[in-house]
Design a protein around this ligand. Sequence first.
Ligand code: B12
Length: 482
Amino acid sequence: MIRVVLVTAPLTLEDRYGGFAAAGGSQPSFGIALLGAVALQMGLETHIIDASAENMGIEDTLSEVLSYEPDVVGFSSTTLGIVATGELSSRIKETNANILTIIGGCHVTALPSETLDAFPDFDLAVVGEGETTFAEILDLVQKKAMRDDILGTAIRADKGIKINPARPLIKNLDHLPLPAWKLLRGFPHAFKPSLARIKNYPCATVVLTRGCPFKCNFCDRSVFGQTIRSYSPDYAVRLLKDLRENFGVKEILIEDDTFVLSAKRMTDFCEGILAENLDITWSCLGRADTVRLDLLKLMKKAGCWHISYGIESGDQQILDKMQKGETIADFERAIKLTKEAGLKSKGFFILGFPDETLETMEATINLAKRLPLDDISVSQMTPYPGSLLYDKVEEYGVFNKGDWRKMNQLTTVFVPYGLIKEDIEQARKKMLSQFYLQPRIIVAKLCQSLANPRLLYGYLKSFATLLKLMNNKHNPDHIISS
Ligand code: B12
């Protein structure tokens, strides 16, 4: 029987947040838990090292990987983690060149040839959705019958890198096994997302929908594309029930790109939670133009307490250039309805988009203050491989392309023509400080801390981070986010 180790990118909070790591959070990796379940189903000895979530660097991860004496190591990485993951793979290969190293995830899916070229110690890449491809690879390794024509892979062949045809997407997600949460060390107590996202503890992250039909051109949709597929509401409730009953999870972070999309599905999902009497709270991401008051009220009844909306900009022309397909009036309406239903809301914003000016950034700051939001997250425009903008962003400004370690949305990698780096950084500081220093926000956070003293320490840490950011005159690389 072969031994399999699955690893997420060895990224520490420091790598993600720099000097502001203290305010960063960690979430268990849903994708790797699913792949672990696939390997377990095949009867293989399987281990997971969720290095990104466990704040582990290369050295710690390396020694743990080697301690399992694996035959196969599967890495999962975003763009931000790819350099560290490539280095980890090299160190593994230095010790034992016979270990088969596989890279999967959004970065390699968007740039398969480039990734295998740049990181010679990944033997092969899984491009796109991974469960079926991974199972086929493991089966071939077991049988010692590896081939170079596996669908959904990029492989090193005699004449260079061979990109095989894509594998058809899984038709029915309900055929997937439940995630192997038991393989995540310390699950669920070891995982601590940012405070703005949790009401109860312990918590888990799930993704119940794959694909997004919208066309926002800054978003990387390389893995699941535009076709929406979902677990059935019954299966989704079963997944939550497993977390509640078998692992004691009390809070679920539903990270689907747009969870509040189909009214019918949402109704069935909420009614399923209520019928099962699941004692959980949950949060999700919503799309402003699909929100309805009756649905929001039902969601609240079923345990939802928080919705995050991608608002991005306060300038309609910039929103149109993003191909967002939503208006400022949509955001005003959605945030108002969310509040009316008794739910908290968070807005995601982007500064430094192509054609951005000082005025459009000011409009974004003003919109954030004007909307009755409870929290915000401010990112700098980061052209990810896999997004529509990636290939053409240089028409609109200067892109410091290729230093993947800087692609954390908090470091300036893109500056649109007409602005300088400092304009964007100043706008971000201003936006965070003006939003969070509003009396209504300070009072709300104080009240929440009084009701739940566990939050107080976290809020104080975030507040200290904010003050540090405001006093940081040079290159404020990192802030409180996600
Ligand atoms: C939840 C989430 C988070 C969570 C948790 C991340 C986690 N480890 O689970 C948090 C909030 C921590 C987070 C952080 C970040 N995130 Co995030 N996140 C997501 C989100 C919404 C869901 C991820 C997920 O679970 N998907 C479902 C699973 C099933 O899919 P999957 O992970 O892609 O895995 C499948 C395939 O990729 C493949 N696969 C993946 N790995 C492997 C490995 C092997 C061996 C094989 C065979 C196959 C395989 O098979 C899997 C099953 O089909 C995605 C968007 C999305 N819809 O996927 C963004 C996304 C991954 N995040 C993104 C970004 C930018 C970030 C941050 C940089 C943000 C920030 N400023 O901090 C950080 C980076 C963190 C990191 N470790 O690198 C971008 C990445 C773009 C890019 N090219 O890098 C995405 C794609 C959003 C977007 N559309 O732009 N994120």
